[in-house]
Ligand binder design. Structure first.
Ligand code: FAD
Length: 398
């Protein structure tokens, strides 16, 4: 079976769905391939994001649980930052991604589920199409532009020789659980060896009876298995699990996220990479959904415009310039903070989270979102004269 489209999008995560919507809206004939049997069939994320970002991206408030308070637990410390209004949120991931799929379909994109892109076509060095295994048999698509939104695997970028394997990455395991009583307005991050050797654990509530409990571990710093670690945390009912009453897992989520900053190149002749495949996430807490949607839309727009120039690398360059101008510096600063955090001992973590105790909820959110500007960091260093705080904020500035 052979088909002709203008744009083939590989991957039905937030980046691919957003790209499919905006390219179709701009008039391109778009097909999107998702290898799983449904959009968001396998959840690979914890779904924490920020209410202002979701509002500016048009994600309805009914798709997330608002969060006003942020708690940090280390072996001998416990800090709560309380906000007067919710600024963070935990997404209903499946409903959010399916919402994005409906927007893409409404704009005119064709969505193929259980359709795995297994190969690409190239002519004179340019990517000119893909081959997918679909429920209706193998399908070859010839198209001027392929958008690689395949996430961590970067399946097209790697086949095209534009990208290599990630060397630094995070791997996480999470149960979505029933629990007797969670505080639905508070999410908790837990740090220290008993939770994760190189990373953190979390409790993210979706309601007072539904929470996501997970463990994330950084490679190559640790080779520990996050699922084994998660089982130990659950079995020992480490703080704050001790206050949740009965905990009954109903879903297991597992995923990988790149953790080395932006890819050097995200465009080539006939190819554009977006979302995790391009390394666009915020490495401070490894969150990338908002950027995947934002840059997915940008990718679709620039991609549709590039069709008049046969999707040449030059005609896609505006996309790479725009997303790097928006986040590359923030990601670089966040990587510095992360490199400090990844090596902390339990005792050092106890002190480090003490820095957070003095922050207001707004200051904390700017920090954790990696919304670093020189002015904000200088203000923080000035307002928080503790030596450790000054060191932290100055490190971001340098
Ligand atoms: C454990 C964990 C927790 C996280 N927690 C958060 C969080 O709380 N908040 C946050 O903002 N971010 C979080 N992230 C990161 C976030 O999930 C990613 O940044 C985001 O999903 C990137 O979106 P994407 O569309 O680029 O990739 P993905 O969401 O990974 O989507 C890629 C899609 O492509 C499909 N695919 C792959 N290869 C092919 C192929 N060859 N053919 C067809 N389809 C293919 C996959 O099945 C998948 O559906 C977390 C990540 C992990 C691993």
């Amino acid at each position: 079976m052979a088909s002709t489209y203008d744009v083939a999008v590989v991957g039905g995560g937030p980046a691919g769905l957003a790209a499919a919507q905006s390219a179709a809206k701009a008039g391109a004939r778009v097909v999107l391939f998702e290898k799983d049997e449904a959009i968001a069939h396998s959840v690979r994320t914890s779904g924490v994001s920020w209410i202002d970002s979701m509002e500016s991206l048009g994600i309805p408030g009914s798709l997330y649980n608002p969060i006003a308070n942020y708690r940090f637990v280390s072996p001998s410390n416990d800090v709560m930052i309380s906000g007067s209004t919710p600024r963070s949120c935990v997404l209903d991931v499946r409903a959010t991604y399916q919402h994005l799929a409906f927007l893409a379909a409404e704009a005119g994109a064709t969505i193929m589920v259980k359709s795995n892109v297994i190969n690409i076509a190239k002519e004179n060095g340019a990517v000119t199409g893909v081959k997918a295994s679909t429920p209706a048999g193998d399908m070859e698509v010839k198209c001027p532009l392929v958008i690689d939104a395949s996430g961590f695997s970067t399946s097209v970028g790697r086949k095209a020789g534009l990208a290599g394997e990630w060397r630094r990455y995070g791997v996480g395991a999470e149960y979505e659980c029933y629990c007797d009583h969670a505080d639905s307005l508070t999410w908790t991050l837990m740090v220290g060896q008993q939770y994760s050797e190189a990373g953190y654990a979390w409790v993210f509530p979706l309601s007072k009876n539904r929470v996501r409990i997970g463990v994330g571990i950084g490679r190559p710093e640790s080779q520990a298995d996050p699922l084994g670690k998660l089982h130990a945390v659950l079995e020992k009912r480490l703080k704050p699990l001790d206050a949740l009453g009965k905990i009954q897992p109903v879903e297991l989520h597992y995923g990988f996220i790149p953790n080395e900053g932006p890819r050097q190149h995200s465009v080539a002749d006939g190819l554009l990479m977006v979302g995790d495949s391009a390394g666009q996430s915020n490495p401070l807490v490894l969150e990338g959904i908002r950027y995947a949607i934002e840059f997915g839309r940008l990718a679709g727009e620039v991609g549709a415009r590039s069709l008049a120039h046969n999707a040449s690398k030059e005609s896609l360059a505006d996309y790479e310039k725009a997303w790097k101008a928006r986040v590359a510096a923030k990601i670089a600063s966040a990587l510095k903070v992360q490199s400090r955090w990844i090596g902390l001992s339990d005792g050092e973590w106890d002190k480090e989270i003490g820095i957070l105790r003095d922050m207001s909820a707004d200051e904390f959110i700017d920090f954790i979102k990696a919304d670093f500007t020189a002015a904000k960091m200088m203000k923080l260093a000035f307002h928080h004269p503790k030596l450790a705080a000054r060191q932290l904020f100055n490190m971001v500035l340098k």
